[in-house]
Design a protein around this ligand. Structure first.
Ligand code: SF4
Ligand code: SF4
Ligand code: FES
Length: 286
């Protein structure tokens, strides 16, 4: 069972979201307030276990009195703030961001991207075929995970998870500038020659499937990956005394990947290589 510790009580601030009064705890973001009011705002670079990066700009909303649109995922709620989530200006901004992303990146495995593109009337094709950026094959250089940078939106979440926000391995970073910018390990070499410790915590936060478990990648390629047929069972890792919660994703009686609950106070969604990938022995019938 996941236990969430009670935090320090915080003052409630009053604001409005689309004209409706909302009370949000001090320090909450505009996105938190909007979600508590039932508003469905697209997000990509925002992560519930990471500090806001403000990289994708798909969550922009209008705030009364502000000259520019504000990113809902990082702007904190202020008393008396009047937030509008669905104005033509905000919709226009989200539409353009989606068009720019979808015209240069493969969003086929980004959850809800197709739905948002339709909802906002985005037309990625209007930028023409030359907008495509990398056009490179997925990098498969180890048995644990795959990097498909054609799907990378440069949101920095993997860099932050690998760096000082969680893993402190600093194995990946952004190299290059402009259209040449990309996520890479040192010297842009194979993962096996890098400082990567194969914790998989970057995969956990990647919003597009640019980083994926090899098991999932292989099953998608074979057409057998089916989340509707998967069950999730949360248990405790027995490899050491830390006691991380593991969520086993099982399809056809086989574990197909392992995650950890983001609200778990021990892991915050992170694991080490043993908890993340040490499950193969469970289904070794030999
Ligand atoms: S690999 Fe994934 S998490 Fe990393 S920057 Fe690209 S989209 Fe973001
Ligand atoms: S995931 Fe790693 S750190 Fe956590 S309990 Fe298992 S072996 Fe220990
Ligand atoms: S989700 Fe807010 S800037 Fe990316």
């Amino acid at each position: 069972m996941t236990m969430t510790p009670l935090g320090i009580p915080r003052r409630l601030l009053e604001c409005t979201v689309d004209g409706e009064p909302v009370r949000a705890p001090e320090g909450a973001t505009v996105l938190d307030a909007c979600r508590s009011a039932g508003k469905d705002i697209p997000t990509l670079c925002q992560g519930d276990t990471l500090r806001p990066k403000n990289a994708c700009r798909v969550c922009m909303v209008e705030v009364e009195g502000a000259r520019t649109l504000v990113p809902a995922c990082s702007r904190e709620v202020e008393p008396g703030m009047e937030v509008r989530t669905d104005t033509e200006r905000a919709r226009h901004s989200r539409r353009l961001v989606l068009e720019l992303l979808a015209s240069s990146v493969d969003l086929s495995t980004t959850p809800r991207a197709a739905e948002w593109i339709e909802d906002y009337g985005a037309e990625p094709d209007r930028f023409g075929p030359d907008a495509a950026r990398l056009g490179e094959e997925p990098r498969i250089d180890n048995e644990l995970y795959v990097r498909d940078y054609d799907k990378c939106i440069l949101c920095y979440k993997c860099v932050d998870a690998c760096g000082d926000q969680w893993q402190n391995s600093f194995a990946i970073s952004v190299v290059g500038r402009g259209f040449d910018a990309r996520i890479a390990v040192e010297h842009d070499g194979p993962l096996t020659d890098s400082a990567c410790v194969y914790c998989g915590n970057c995969i956990e936060v990647c919003p597009t499937g640019a980083l994926s478990f090899k098991s999932e990648f292989d099953m998608r390629a074979a057409g057998t990956w089916d989340e509707s047929q998967q069950t999730e069972t949360t248990t405790v890792c027995a490899y050491c005394g830390v006691g991380c919660n593991l969520t086993l994703h099982v399809q056809d009686n086989e574990i197909v990947k392992v995650t950890s609950p983001h609200d778990n106070p021990v892991t915050h969604g992170n694991l080490c290589i043993k908890g993340r990938f040490g499950y193969q022995h469970v289904q070794n019938r030999d």
